[in-house]
Structures are given as structure tokens and as C-alpha cells.
Design a protein around this ligand. Structure first.
Ligand code: ZN
Length: 183
């Protein structure tokens, strides 16, 4: 197991849809272990594989003292919404009101290839939605109301991490399309 560097906004891997896991092998188990260790080191409540530069449909969470992971998840969301502030380890220091469904039912697989259903409300539902979004190349700023997103983007552009951590000259600073995805 090893702590991996967390990619920051501006890194193209964060806006690239991740691909389905096909091989439930030792490499996958190492990835899950690395994600959990990196999340705890940060510390954070969730982490998706693209955030450590691995474009696979895998994420982990640690919510209410329960650690979990999901492979190839799909989500069913309630119509009922919740309010609350959200942050992201790929956007250090940025927190803003982000609307989410109140309840989420996530279906996917464990790292051993067994089917699993995870149902959560409130913060767990928020984490499941935030992390599944990462697998679709969607970031929490994409979910904010336009005025809050503008404020967040200004904070991001002024942040030290945004101006120092991305050596890649192709840096997108405009909000991304959600590509019509509703989850
Ligand atoms: Zn995030």
C-alpha cells in the first residue's frame, strides 16, 4: 500500500470519463488499498480513482466511521433533494453549497467481484453522488448554482495550488458541461 499524490483541478484525468473495471485482480485490490490510505492521509470522506490518476470506475469512502468501496457503480437517486456544503480533495480549500439528492442507492461490485448494494441518505448519499460523478468526469463545481460556481472558480483561479501544481499547459478554467448526465 502507498499514499498516492492527489490530482488537482486542471489535470485532464479529472474531466475524463473513467472506464469499467474488467479484471478483479490483485492490481485492483492494491488500487482500493491505495485509495483508502490516500483518503485517510488527506484526510477526506471519499476518493475516486481518477483523483490519483487512474481512470477506472472505482471509488472509496469513509462516512460515519464506515469505510467502503465500489467498483463499476450505478446510482438511483431520490427526487427529494438536500442542501449542504461540499468540498473535494482535488480542490483544496474550496467549499460551497452543492445540491444533491437526499437518498442514493448505489449498485456495483466489491473488489472481489461480488455484487453489492449500498444505500445512503444525507452525507453518505452526497458522497456516493460526488464520487460517482468523478467517474463520469463531472466535478462538484459542475453541480453548483451558477453564481456560486462563478465565486468558486474565482477562488480556484486565485488559489496557490491551482497556480503551482499544474505543469500541464492545457488547463481548463471554464466550468465543464455535465454532458447531459443526470447523476
Ligand atoms: Zn472530489
Amino acid at each position: 500500500m502507498a499514499i498516492q499524490p492527489i490530482r488537482h483541478f486542471g489535470d485532464p484525468v479529472l474531466t475524463t470519463p473513467a472506464i469499467e473495471v474488467v479484471d478483479f485482480d490483485k492490481e485492483l485490490r492494491t488500487l482500493v488499498a491505495d485509495l483508502i490510505e490516500t483518503m485517510h492521509d488527506a484526510p477526506g470522506a471519499g476518493l475516486a480513482a481518477p483523483q490519483i490518476g487512474v481512470s477506472l470506475r472505482v471509488f472509496v469512502w469513509d462516512v460515519d466511521d464506515a469505510i467502503g468501496h465500489l467498483i463499476n457503480p450505478t446510482l438511483d437517486l431520490s427526487d427529494e433533494m438536500q442542501e449542504g456544503e461540499e468540498g473535494c480533495l482535488s480542490f483544496p480549500g474550496i467549499f460551497a453549497e452543492t445540491p444533491r439528492a437526499f437518498r442514493a442507492v448505489a449498485k456495483g461490485f466489491t473488489m472481489h467481484g461480488e455484487p453489492i448494494v449500498v444505500e445512503g441518505t444525507e452525507f453518505l448519499a452526497r458522497a456516493l453522488q460526488h464520487e460517482t460523478d468523478h467517474l463520469n468526469g463531472i466535478l462538484f463545481v459542475d453541480r453548483m448554482e451558477s453564481e456560486l460556481r462563478k465565486n468558486a472558480m474565482r477562488e480556484i483561479r486565485e488559489s496557490e495550488w491551482f497556480n503551482t501544481s499544474n505543469a500541464n499547459p492545457i488547463i481548463k478554467v471554464s466550468p465543464h458541461s455535465t454532458r447531459g448526465l443526470g447523476q
